[in-house]
Ligand binder design. Structure first.
Ligand SMILES: Nc1ncnc2c1ncn2[C@@H]1O[C@H](COP(=O)(O)OP(=O)(O)O)[C@@H](O)[C@H]1O
Ligand SMILES: Cc1ncc(COP(=O)(O)O)c(C=O)c1O
Length: 268
């Protein structure tokens, strides 16, 4: 058996909740070999975090290395810290469009990102990345930034997902997650012939750092291996649910712990 190769282009999370670390762990669980280009290094403690951008020339060299590899099965994109990073990654993934699935997780909902920067990033993501995407997976705040619409209900999730679908991605998943009120973690799914909300019970233990990265990496892993996209989304939801349920406590002071990607396999 030959193991398939998949690429993540994302930030490094020093505490391994999200980012490249979550993506690689997820790819491994789905039987793929993950390769990575790092866009930024995120340092975190319980009070704050900082995004240290990787210079554009260094990201370009990583992408050149990855571009020389054969038989890539899919690409997942996470945190891109500036418009210049978005431009470069957009150029890179254009060569793969129509050949392999491309999953874009438009990571922007860092509290420290000021609104000017968020609005610049959001405009660039809409123009340069969403039209290239097989699947795009914004969380509630990112979907609000991308559409300038407030989201308060499942109906709102569906409305903004439809707005984002018109920009060009084949499938849109807007994640309500813990941010939407209610007992359920609900996500809206829109594609050409689908309009639905998927939901599982909301887990109260706050071990969901990395939930979004893990969810989109799980979708990418499956569609890279020809699983139909709607089945891949349902399975990714189950995968991340187990990961939150059996998440990793960092220390007693941290309010949030990490998703554990091996949870479904190890805990069943
Ligand atoms: N506490 C939770 N209980 C159950 N599912 C959750 C919980 N938090 C997030 N999810 C689910 O995990 C996935 C990732 O969502 P979310 O955490 O909103 O993304 P992000 O990490 O990008 O903010 C979604 O399917 C969401 O519904
Ligand atoms: C590099 C990086 N990307 C993305 C995220 C977002 O993670 P999540 O999956 O919780 O949205 C984080 C969070 O710490 C991160 O450090």
């Amino acid at each position: 058996m030959v193991v398939g190769k998949i690429i993540t282009i994302a930030g490094s999370d020093t505490l391994s909740g999200g980012g490249v670390q979550a993506d690689l762990a997820t790819f491994n669980e789905y039987g793929l070999f993950g390769l990575s280009a790092i866009t930024s290094i995120v340092t975190v403690n319980q009070y704050d975090f900082d995004i240290h951008e990787v210079p554009i020339s260094v990201l370009a060299k990583q992408l050149t290395s990855l571009g020389e590899l054969s038989d890539i099965k899919g690409i997942k994109v996470g945190l891109l810290p500036s418009v210049a990073h978005i431009d470069l990654v957009s150029q890179f993934i254009k060569q793969y469009v129509g050949r392999v699935p491309i999953v874009i997780d438009p990571v922007m909902a860092f509290k420290e990102t000021d609104s000017v920067n968020a609005s610049e990033l959001s405009t660039a993501i809409k123009q340069k990345l969403l039209p290239l995407a097989t699947v795009v997976t914004p969380n509630l705040i990112e979907a609000e930034l991308l559409t300038q619409q407030a989201i308060h209900s499942e109906a709102d999730l569906l409305t903004v997902a439809e707005m984002l679908h018109k920009i060009g991605p084949k499938t849109v998943v807007v994640k309500g997650g813990v941010r939407l009120d209610g007992d359920m973690a609900s996500d809206a799914v829109i594609s050409e012939d689908t309009k639905k909300v998927i939901k599982l019970s909301k887990i109260e233990r706050p071990f969901n750092n990395g939930a979004g990265c893990t969810f989109s990496a799980a979708i990418a892993s499956q569609i890279a291996q020809n699983v139909p996209v709607l089945m891949a989304i349902d399975d990714a939801k189950d995968f991340v649910h187990h990961g939150i349920l059996h998440g990793v406590n960092l220390n007693d002071d941290f309010k949030v712990g990490n998703v554990w990607q091996a949870a479904r396999r190890r805990k069943g």
